[in-house]
Ligand binder design. Structure first.
Ligand SMILES: Cc1ncc(COP(=O)(O)O)c(C=O)c1O
Length: 355
């Protein structure tokens, strides 16, 4: 029996994707060879890379708009430094919005490259809300934000207008909701939430913004090098790219981001309604900023903890313990998590209240 997997990442993937991936590990494209024992430069794998890139652009509505798609390694964490390396001019300045652990890690890395103006932070309330009404200076090379704060369960519902470049870490909500993705000049996301296994990072970057910093960039950290080699400058993470391609194809077949957004809204609404109506639970994040991917909540009465923990474990639920910096619970309800899993969790929350 498959568990109800609410893990924050690596996280649930569609069953049919896991099945196809396991088949390809044994025998890829009827070649009698495994996907992970053939050359990344073979015709079959080059086709996988090209398909993954074109699906990403298609799903985001960014075809023919000057964007390149890269599948890199090093996780989203490496992008924390590749972004300033490639976009922050020598002696330049960038602005960052600090909405959580991952934002603050990106700020720490960017500080190594130039002047970083943190325009606003929600650290004062343990990142339980998204700051608003801040000013973005005009003399910056780019503005960086994190669209969804995986640990704290907050999400940016809209993005600031700025004349400078807009860069976004979308690791935990990419492909989950309809946005005008062309407002961003660079988007990055570790694969291991909504796209595939850990091991590859999606970078979608407008080619025209690169090459203007005046600094020398080591080849492996230079987006232009990776673009010129079609993400094959060195050996890509073939398995992670393949599974990402399968997941993007699954999403396309489902009806794309518009279709998954409806399902995601239904899952989030069901769970938040229960949190708000059940006397034993309360949400952690400010209502207006609640994430539709990571739902953080606590018990109002800790004496119910042992019973609640026993009930969800018995129901086959996995991965809802909160992050250590928040406590309580976190249900990650990414694209591939079925509505049925949320229904099971909600039924247990009701059962607890009636116990
Ligand atoms: C929003 C966000 N950014 C960055 C990261 C770091 O990603 P990685 O582990 O791929 O470096 C994570 C990991 O959970 C994340 O949720």
């Amino acid at each position: 029996m498959k568990k109800h997997n609410f893990s924050a990442g690596p996280s649930v993937l569609p069953q049919e994707v896991l099945k196809k991936a396991s088949e390809a590990v044994l025998n890829f494209n009827h070649s009698d060879l495994s996907l992970i024992e053939i050359s990344h430069r073979s015709t079959d794998f080059v086709a996988v890379m090209e398909k993954a890139q074109s699906l990403a652009l298609e799903l985001l509505g960014l075809e023919n708009k000057g964007y390149s798609v890269l599948f890199l390694q090093g996780g989203a964490s490496l992008e924390f430094l590749m972004v300033p390396y490639n976009l922050l001019k020598v002696g330049g300045k960038a602005a960052y919005l600090d909405t959580g652990t991952w934002s603050s890690k990106s700020i720490k890395e960017a500080n190594l490259f130039g002047t970083i103006d943190v325009v606003a932070s929600s650290k004062d309330k343990n990142y339980s809300y998204i700051p608003k009404g801040y000013n973005i200076p005009s003399d910056i090379d780019y503005f960086h934000c994190t669209s969804n704060n995986t640990i704290f369960g907050t999400q940016l519902k809209s993005f600031p207008k700025t004349d400078s470049l807009l860069v976004c870490d979308m690791s935990s909500d990419i492909f989950s909701r309809q946005l005008d993705f062309s407002q961003f000049d660079l988007i990055y996301a570790g694969a291991q939430k909504n796209m595939g296994p850990a091991g590859t990072t999606l970078v979608v970057v407008k080619k025209s913004i690169l090459g203007n910093t005046g600094r020398k960039i080591p080849s492996m950290l230079d987006y232009q090098v990776h673009i010129s080699k079609d993400s094959m400058f060195n050996t890509p993470s073939v398995f992670a790219v393949y599974v990402s391609m399968l997941t993007l194809q699954w999403l396309k077949d489902l009806g794309g981001i518009a279709a998954i957004e409806k399902i995601n809204n239904a899952k989030a609404t069901l769970l938040y309604n229960e949190i708000d109506s059940n006397r034993l639970f309360e949400g952690v994040a400010a209502n207006a900023d609640r994430s539709y991917m990571n739902v953080t909540f606590t018990l109002t009465d800790d004496s119910y903890k042992d019973t609640f923990d026993r009930l969800w474990k018995e129901a086959g639920i996995n991965g809802i313990n909160g992050h250590r910096s928040v406590g309580g619970y976190r249900a990650s309800i990414y694209n591939a998590l079925p509505l049925e899993s949320v229904e099971v969790l909600v039924a247990i929350m009701k059962k607890l209240a009636n116990s």
